[in-house]
Write a protein that binds this ligand. Structure first.
Ligand SMILES: Cc1ncc(COP(=O)(O)O)c(C=O)c1O
Length: 409
């Protein structure tokens, strides 16, 4: 009672915003319980094993999106260093004004050629590509349709756009048709989906979506953040995996996963790129991707194309880990990718297991709402081409033990 009165007294001296924010206690509570799982400082390069601040010995990394294991590749490091020597550390401006380098244009051209598209524009983050392009291409009077499980960056674009917006049920093609049917054929419509869904690891039906979009006169945009380097010829992504790359009008990708850096891009036809280059706000009003990142992405792209054995190793690891988790009875949903969700369906247990695993030397990422619906919390295991079967065996054994201890299995 006294404590409550004291709290009300303190809050009454705050401005309303500060009073509202001061009520947010979830992180402090998780910290007090010793299970806070975020912002863990890593003190080494991103690899299959990492060092974590304050912890003796290496930790097995199963929470990384470096699918091809290129983040510590000496060739990428050298390319980045050479670019710093030549161009300095930053561009100090947006691509629109003083921030376009010749290597930006080279990367755009190489990506366009790789994807068989007429043009590419680069962004300093994949998040900015999605959140910038969507409200730019569909606006007042237009329509945006999106899978209910799309990434937060697409949701951001949905929140910003003045277009009419409508979600459809996850990967449900009948529901996509249902919502498209309600809109006039001549209306301007964009349908957006993740190619690979980033938390659950399932794949969009891009082949069916192309047919549906053509039938309803809608433009299709696919986010290849987790498809690039993983699916398709030389890692061209899920659209290519379905043989539909040329039919998907807007292909988005990121450099922060298989390509081992930061930044993102959109590939499309000449006219669309021309429009977007002169109108997308997070393109015109943000500084360009750094020289070091640009050069390392170019190098990563060359390696991805010339070393198919990396992709083969990634899939070998995917099959190996997938079968191990399945045989042990884990609930792993509909994944068919190197993202393996291990469902827990309970926030505190998800945090506790993540914490226990770090103690045991295995780094995995906890996924709770809003990244997934509240009753679908999970541990996300992500595989890299460079993991060994022995590392996978150790991780699986420790994860199994942690799940058993908390009676999730
Ligand atoms: C599906 C998806 N789209 C977009 C992004 C954003 O990419 P970036 O890290 O380049 O901002 C992510 C990153 O987590 C993602 O998973």
């Amino acid at each position: 009672m006294l404590l409550c009165t004291l709290k009300i007294y303190i809050l009454s001296f705050m401005k309303p915003l500060q009073a509202k924010l001061a009520q947010y206690r979830a992180p402090q509570e998780a910290k007090a319980a010793g299970i806070y799982p975020y912002f863990t400082p890593i003190t080494s390069e991103q690899n299959t094993e990492v060092y974590v601040q304050g912890r003796q010995g290496k930790v097995l990394m199963f929470g990384s999106n470096s699918y091809l294991g290129l983040t510590n590749d000496p060739r990428l490091k050298e390319a980045a260093k050479r670019a710093i020597d030549k161009y300095g550390t930053g561009c100090a401006g947006s691509p629109f004004l003083n921030g376009t380098l010749d290597i930006h244009i080279q990367l755009q051209d190489e990506l366009a050629e790789f994807l068989g598209k007429e043009g590419v524009m680069l962004f300093s983050a994949g998040f900015l590509a999605n959140s910038g392009v969507i409200p730019d291409v569909v606006s007042r009077g237009d329509y945006l349709f999106y899978d209910e499980r799309v990434h937060a960056s697409i949701m951001e674009g949905k929140l910003i756009t003045y277009a009419n917006t409508q979600k459809y049920k996850h990967n449900d093609m009948a529901d996509l048709e249902r919502v498209l049917q309600k809109v006039p054929l001549e209306a301007c419509k964009l349908v957006v989906t993740d190619g690979v869904f980033s938390m659950e690891g399932d794949v969009a039906h891009v082949d069916k979506m192309v047919d549906i979009c053509n039938r309803y006169n809608a433009t299709l945009m696919v986010d290849e953040a987790h498809g690039l380097g993983v699916f398709g010829r030389e890692g061209r992504g899920t659209c290519d995996h379905y043989g539909k790359l040329k039919d998907v009008e807007l292909v988005m990708g990121t450099f922060s996963k298989s390509l081992a850096s930061v930044g993102g891009f959109i590939a499309s036809d000449k006219e669309t790129i021309n429009w977007m280059k002169h109108s997308v706000r997070p393109y015109i009003f943000t500084a360009s991707i750094t020289p070091a990142s640009t050069a390392s992405v170019l190098e990563a792209l060359h390696i991805m194309r010339s070393e198919p054995e990396r992709n083969a190793a990634l899939w070998d690891n995917q099959r190996y880990a997938f079968n191990a988790f399945k045989d042990l009875g884990f609930e792993i949903g509909n994944t068919s990718t190197p993202i393996i969700p291990l469902f827990i369906r309970d926030d505190p247990k998800t945090f506790a297991i993540t914490h226990q695993l770090l103690e045991d030397g295995v780094f995995v990422t906890p996924v709770i709402a809003p990244a997934v619906p509240g009753d679908e919390t999970l541990i996300r295991v992500a595989l890299m081409a460079t993991h060994t079967h022995e590392q996978i065996d150790i991780a699986v054994e420790k994860i199994y033990k942690a799940f058993k201890n908390l009676q999730v299995l």
